[in-house]
Design a protein around this ligand. Structure first.
Ligand SMILES: C[S@@+](CC[C@H](N)C(=O)[O-])C[C@H]1O[C@@H](n2cnc3c(N)ncnc32)[C@H](O)[C@@H]1O
Length: 251
């Protein structure tokens, strides 16, 4: 089954028209029932069209406690300081925010997403006096600042870029860097920027000069997924990088 799927995926970029037609037909046969059955999947398609140019990852898959290692690295860094303000950028349906509010019970946690259906679900399930959710294009989010931690997990990527035969990124480095630059303005000096499951490296951005790698056990991780350079070219079939950075300067 896996071999069949890999063969079909490889036809996407076939130099033969017939190969690309077989891929499109297989894609439609597999996807249509999936989209008919899932309102969440349809929302990814709908908001993908509506906010296309601002979108990073469209898929909204998420889990509670998905990054226990990252949460505990941040907990150790702040040493149970209570007055933290935490941002989960690309929070999807809110499970990451729920976990963060459990790991940091006294913190104010803000979840932000571009998919309004995900936000409605998140608000319904998890909103309370310390937890709120904002749309990424809202004025409230544009004006939000003074965060102590910003999580961007599984946001700065495209599923297509996981295809090991892909040599050029389907998602532009300039878009990644622009988004990170906006988020950087919202982060306090001494705060932490957490980036995981990304198609690009934070160390390749011009912003990295204002940051240091957080010296913490488990920060550096090797993942079996390709990454791309600032010219959108694939560098390697695996990614080995740190994920937590301290902001050391505002300039
Ligand atoms: C795979 S989910 C990641 C959820 C969660 N952070 C996690 O790691 O489990 C990616 C999320 O990023 C959101 N997203 C994509 N582009 C965005 C943007 N420009 N602003 C805010 N959220 C965005 C998607 O709507 C989706 O919910």
């Amino acid at each position: 089954m896996r071999n069949l799927k890999a063969t079909i995926v490889s036809l996407k970029t076939s130099r033969f028209l017939i190969g690309r037609l077989v891929y499109t037909a297989a894609f439609l046969i597999i996807s249509i029932p999936e989209y008919l059955a899932s309102a969440q999947k349809r929302s990814e398609l709908w908001y993908g069209v509506r906010y296309g140019k601002d979108y990073h990852q469209k898929a909204s898959f998420t889990l509670e406690n998905r990054y226990p290692d990252l949460f505990s690295i941040c907990q150790n860094y702040f040493n149970y300081r209570s007055e933290l303000k935490i941002l989960s950028f690309g929070c999807s349906t809110g499970e990451e925010v729920k976990t963060l509010s459990q790991v940091f019970p006294k913190a104010e946690v803000v979840g932000v997403d571009i998919n309004k259906r995900s936000l409605r679900k998140a608000r319904k399930n998890y909103e309370n006096s310390k937890v709120s959710f904002l749309h990424s294009e809202s004025m409230n989010f544009k004006n939000a600042s003074y965060f102590n931690v910003i999580f961007c997990c599984a946001v700065f990527q495209k599923t297509d870029n996981r295809d090991q035969s892909n040599h050029e990124s389907k998602y532009l480095f300039s878009k990644f860097e622009k988004a990170i630059t906006e988020l950087d303005k919202k982060l306090n000096k001494g705060g932490l920027l957490v980036i995981d499951h990304s198609d690009f490296l934070f160390t390749d951005t011009s912003l990295f000069r204002n940051y240091e790698v957080l010296d913490a056990e488990g920060n550096r991780l090797k993942r079996n997924r390709p990454y791309y350079d600032s010219n959108n070219k694939r560098v390697s079939s695996f990614t080995e990088t740190n994920r937590v950075y301290i902001k050391i300067s505002d300039n």
